[in-house]
Design a protein around this ligand. Sequence first.
Ligand code: ZN
Length: 183
Amino acid sequence: MAKCSGCGKTLGFFESKKMFSDGSWICAPCFKKLKAKEMEKELEKRGREILKGRAGYWGGNLLHPPNSLGDAGNFTLTEKQFIFEKIGRDSWKLEIPISKIILKKISYATQEDLAYKQRTTALAYFAGYGPITSYSRKFTCIVIPYKDERGVEQAPAFSFTDQKTLEAVGKFFYEVMATKIKK
Ligand SMILES: [Zn+2]
């Protein structure tokens, strides 16, 4: 008879239970408790969620060369982490612990909207105006320098869907910085 590895109870044939990859069993109530504990641990690691939404990645991390039109993804800002998850075929994830961010080096950077330029240039071309390169539009990114898990300094740049989100992210880092200053 299988025994629950959590509470030691003998598990009946028809009883709801789960088997782990090592062949041990756990009863449903113990499994529930275990999941709750795992979630708690994860929550503790991540901290309270502050902001989430769509974001663009514009390079700055050596392991993730940027796409010239930016990489689209989702971001989550919590009390303890800034997380970016690239969506699409070759997806990847960047987890930046707030404690590893070099706060005084955080800055805004201007980026040219190449997708807009390509689109408008093509439109102008088809409209018979020829390729005009002056059609440009700029937007602002936030650059977040940090030391990665191997101690290498990285400085990824991110853009957000609107100015309000960019401001909120900037304000968050400002608050973190302000609370660290000893008066
Ligand atoms: Zn149990």
